[in-house]
Design a protein around this ligand. Structure first.
Ligand code: HEC
Length: 172
C-alpha cells in the first residue's frame, strides 16, 4: 500500500469516527428535546421588573418606580390592591351601580390611556366622569403622580407597554 493510500484510509477512518459522534449527538439532542418536561407557562405579570435592564425602552427611571411604589401603597393600594391587581371583576358594576377599582397592572384597561389621560384621571379622580375615585391633585405633585404611573407601568409586560407606547407617541 502506498503512503498516499494509507493516508487516505486513515482520514476516511477519522471521518467515519467523527460522523458517528455527530449521529450520537443528534440522537441525544432529539431525545432530550422529546422528553424534556415542557417548562411551566411563563408568569403572566412580573411583580418586580428589572427596570435597569429595560430602561432604554421605558420612559421612566428605576428611582421613579421605587418612589411610585411607596406612594401607591400609601394612596392607591386600599382600592387598587397592593400589586395593582384590584379585582378581576372590574367590568361589572357593584350593588351601588358603580364600577369597582380596576387593576392597573396591565390586565385591565389602563393601558388604553395616554400619559396625559392617566395623569388627569389621577389628578381629578373619577367623579367628573360619573365615577367614584377621589382625585389626588391636592395630595400628589405632578412629579409624584408620574412616579406612581411609572410604578404601575413597570408591572406591564413588554408587549403591552410597547402597544401603549406606540399609542402614546401617536397621541402627541
Ligand atoms: C377609594 C378608592 C380608590 C382610590 C384610593 C384610588 N382609586 Fe383609582 N379608581 C377607583 C375606581 C372606583 C376607579 C374606576 C373609575 C371610577 O369609578 O372613578 C378608578 C380608576 C382609576 C384609573 C383608571 C383606570 C382605567 O382602566 O380606566 C386609574 C389610572 C387609577 N384609578 C389610578 C389610581 C391611582 C394612581 C391611585 C392612587 C394615587 C388611585 N387610583 C386611588 C378607585 C380608587
Amino acid at each position: 500500500m502506498s503512503q498516499r493510500e494509507e493516508n487516505r484510509k486513515k482520514s476516511g477512518k477519522k471521518l467515519r469516527a467523527v460522523g458517528a459522534w455527530v449521529v450520537v449527538a443528534i440522537v441525544l439532542i432529539v431525545l432530550v428535546a422529546l422528553f424534556y418536561p415542557a417548562s411551566e407557562s411563563p408568569v403572566v405579570i412580573p411583580k418586580i421588573v428589572d427596570v435597569e435592564e429595560g430602561a432604554a425602552d421605558r420612559w421612566y427611571t428605576a428611582e421613579q418606580v421605587a418612589q411610585g411604589q411607596e406612594l401607591f401603597v400609601q394612596h392607591c393600594a386600599e382600592c387598587h390592591g397592593k400589586n395593582a391587581e384590584a379585582t378581576p371583576d372590574w367590568r361589572k358594576t357593584d350593588a351601588t351601580g358603580n364600577y369597582p377599582p380596576p387593576p392597573l397592572n396591565g390586565s385591565a384597561h389602563a393601558w388604553h390611556h395616554s400619559l396625559s389621560v392617566l395623569r388627569e384621571t389621577i389628578r381629578q379622580g373619577g367623579v367628573p366622569l360619573g365615577g367614584v375615585m377621589p382625585g389626588f391633585a391636592d395630595k400628589l405633585s405632578a412629579q409624584e403622580t408620574d412616579a406612581v404611573i411609572a410604578w404601575f407601568q413597570s408591572l406591564w409586560p413588554d408587549e403591552l407597554y410597547q402597544a401603549w407606547y406606540r399609542m402614546e407617541r401617536e397621541s402627541q
